[in-house]
Design a protein around this ligand. Sequence first.
Ligand code: CTP
Length: 433
Amino acid sequence: EADSANLLPLLEKQWGTARLDHLRQIGRIAQQLGTPAYLVGGAVRDLFLKRYAPDLDVAVEGDTRMLAEACKAQIHGAHYQFHAQFGTAILEDSQGVALDLAQCRLEHYPAPAALPEVHPGNIHADLARRDFTVNAMAIRLDPQHFGILLDPYDGQADLQAGLLRTLHSRSFLDDPTRILRGLRFATRFQMDLAPECHQQLKQALQADIFTQLSGARLWRELRYLLELEALPVALSLLTAWKLWFLLRPTPPASNTMPTLLQRGQEQIQWLSAQFPEEPLAIFIPMLTLIWQDVTLRDIQHYLDRWPVPDRSQLLADLRVLPGLPDTLLKAKRPSQKANIWQGVSVAGILAAMAIYADNPTLVDSARLYLQVQRRLPSPFNGQELQTLGLKAGPSLGKTLKLLREAQLDGEISNKENAQQWLIKQGILPPNPL
Ligand code: CTP
């Protein structure tokens, strides 16, 4: 029987003793407190998939803070942070390895796509509130039953068959984010929806369920999707599951989108290798590429609903992208080219490099800008120009811009020739003899 399978040998093989010992200690302490603890969610699923789960989630039938406190007292070097808002605790061992403690809960959805009402419950209630059978398994941590699998929905069988199955027929209506979570799981683990869930998906779409989901929640799920390494592969699922409308008014007309996104990912990797310390939101260049052939009016409609950061820059990029090859061709001087790139965000430049991958002149110009031109230190800053006798104000800004351009065009390279150049331009008075 699936429910009584003992996973100890598998656990030992996959995780080794340090992690298991830590879980054993937690299970023992939880038992002492009379609040049994279970390993739940993605880590149990990943165990069967033979994937190393970086994050461990432990569900407790009782007070998480009390358990965290007892672990701190009894486990050498352990400490925790409690999040009162969610009633969760992050427990860290002496090596700084963290694990999430959450109280088992029962969820009730007062309306479709609304946030659920939450009450304390037992492990069975906690598994019953989950998205898919493969995510609704638990492993007992109490000493007498350590390593025993709880699998009330036969998640192990679905995992083996590669099927994502909801726990009940209203699941997608209760929480449409499960559809996008499903799409991500299907992509990452090469799974498909169970046949009855394709039907549930169809019903949820007919009920226009996504219009009832808040823009913030939808955007969060879309962002995770856009950040998927296997995003190019996920596109065929967007087609099969009829979900393109979430991102654009119509599916892409040609089948070049996967290649385009893959090129975008390669450019992002290139840039992160060049500048590892530079923070870069992967989802913005991906969205730019997905929207490169969509009208600005349609894009505006999506942007109105989602809390996308820097939306005006994103729109500006999309406006510039189609004409870029021509605009750059007309720009003769290096400074003119750099000025064009300066009006585009880094995300937009990466998108341009993907769109115009077969235009080496454009790609080289983009690389030169990203690697060198945008970071060129100016020979003088505003303060220094003032000590040379220039007045603060808009004209100073103009002078700084002229200096930058002269520098980009190779006319100046240091303080001395920059000063001579300013004299020649009539910006500084000639040197007294
Ligand atoms: N979960 C759920 N419904 C949600 C969100 C989460 O049922 N809308 C449950 C699932 O059981 C899931 C667990 O909470 O396994 C943890 O969620 P999350 O961390 O988002 O995903 P993981 O399954 O852990 O997958 P991964 O971290 O590998 O993406």
